[in-house]
Design a protein around this ligand. Structure first.
Ligand SMILES: [Zn+2]
Length: 334
């Protein structure tokens, strides 16, 4: 009988101890971490991934040309919070974190010395945007600051080590604000090819975001002057009803070629020249003005951020989102 009680007590002890031992290895909630301000609130996954030679990022601050060295994920807190509204769904923020990490590793691996001693800059038009925690916090309403920052930390930390690969190499993970419903392929924007994972994909729900539609109105006189700045032999006869006409569209429905007076321009060129949010536009002449009705925001290549949020709100997780926008890729630990 004594022996039986001894075994029974032993079994009970084991039954109670096993879950305690198992759960204690889950890395959550800690105060002694490598966060920016050494404080990670309860519920946030600790970030301690070993990035080996990619531990540090040399970031160029374009405002004053200074270079700052940051831990990779610490740098990503600043990228995700600069590139995507914290109000977006957590899965969209996670997708953004993985995309930004991949983009960064690609830049470091394929460093073209564009930024001297730095590996990446904080200009969204060149590399990807970045904002310091202090500046980010000051732009949020006070009562949202802690919650917003925790969402950013969680997006980066819960995906630590994850990057997107194609043929085992990090992809050139382009992203943009709003695709207008369909993404674009690089050859139609930069003329580059060799990105099998960047294809035209459709996403629903992007029309619910303010970035989806915009308009630019320019007077006939201003249009003429802008064109003449670029082409000294530019001529246009506004009495001709065909003086401005779209000649061809890309696979995604963006403007490939448009005739303005005696010149043929690409949609991308017109986007830059007249500050349009994308090359997906319609054009009309209304009285003394030319009106561009624009769909989407950005070059349209890779992940659409509003598309990601729309997918997340419909139940997709960050992996679904990444596989939707980048074709045939894998999400791997570095
Ligand atoms: Zn740059």
């Amino acid at each position: 009988m004594k022996k039986f009680i001894f075994y029974l007590v032993g079994i009970i002890v084991i039954i109670f101890l096993i879950p305690v031992i198992c759960t204690s290895t889950v890395k959550e909630t800690s105060v002694e971490t490598n966060d920016v301000n050494n404080i990670i609130p309860t519920g946030i996954v600790e970030n301690n991934y070993d990035y080996k030679q990619y531990q540090k990022v040399k970031l160029l601050h374009t405002k004053d040309n200074s270079i700052e060295e940051l831990n990779l994920d610490e740098y990503l807190y600043g990228v995700v919070s600069a590139e995507m509204p914290a109000s977006f769904n957590e899965e969209a923020l996670k997708a953004q974190a993985v995309v930004a990490r991949t983009y960064t590793i690609y830049k470091i691996k394929n460093n073209n010395n564009k930024h001297g001693d730095a590996q990446i800059c904080d200009d969204s038009g060149c590399c990807q945007a970045w904002i310091s925690k202090e500046d980010r916090m000051s732009k949020w309403p006070e009562n949202e600051r802690e919650q917003n920052w925790n969402k950013i930390l969680n997006a980066v930390n819960s995906t630590q080590g994850k990057i997107i690969t194609y043929n085992n190499e990090p992809i050139d993970a382009f992203f943009h604000s709003n695709s207008g419903g369909k993404t674009e392929i690089p050859i139609n924007v930069w003329g580059g090819s060799g990105f099998p994972y960047l294809q035209v994909v459709e996403t629903s729900g992007e029309e619910n975001y303010s970035q989806y539609s915009s308009e630019v109105t320019i007077s006939k006189e201003d249009l003429t002057n802008k064109m003449k700045e670029k082409y000294s032999d530019f001529e246009i006869d506004f009495n001709d009803s065909n003086c401005i006409s779209i000649l061809e569209y890309t696979e995604s429905g963006r403007v490939r070629t448009i005739k303005i007076g005696n010149k043929n321009l690409s949609g991308v060129e017109v986007r830059t020249l007249f500050n349009l949010k994308s090359a997906n536009f319609e054009v009309s002449i209304e009285g003394d003005n030319i009106k561009f009705k624009v769909k989407g925001y950005g070059h349209g290549i890779g992940m659409s951020q509003t598309g990601a949020d729309s997918m997340a709100k419909s139940g997709s997780n960050y992996e679904d989102i990444i596989h939707h926008f980048y074709i045939g890729v894998e999400i791997k630990d570095m």
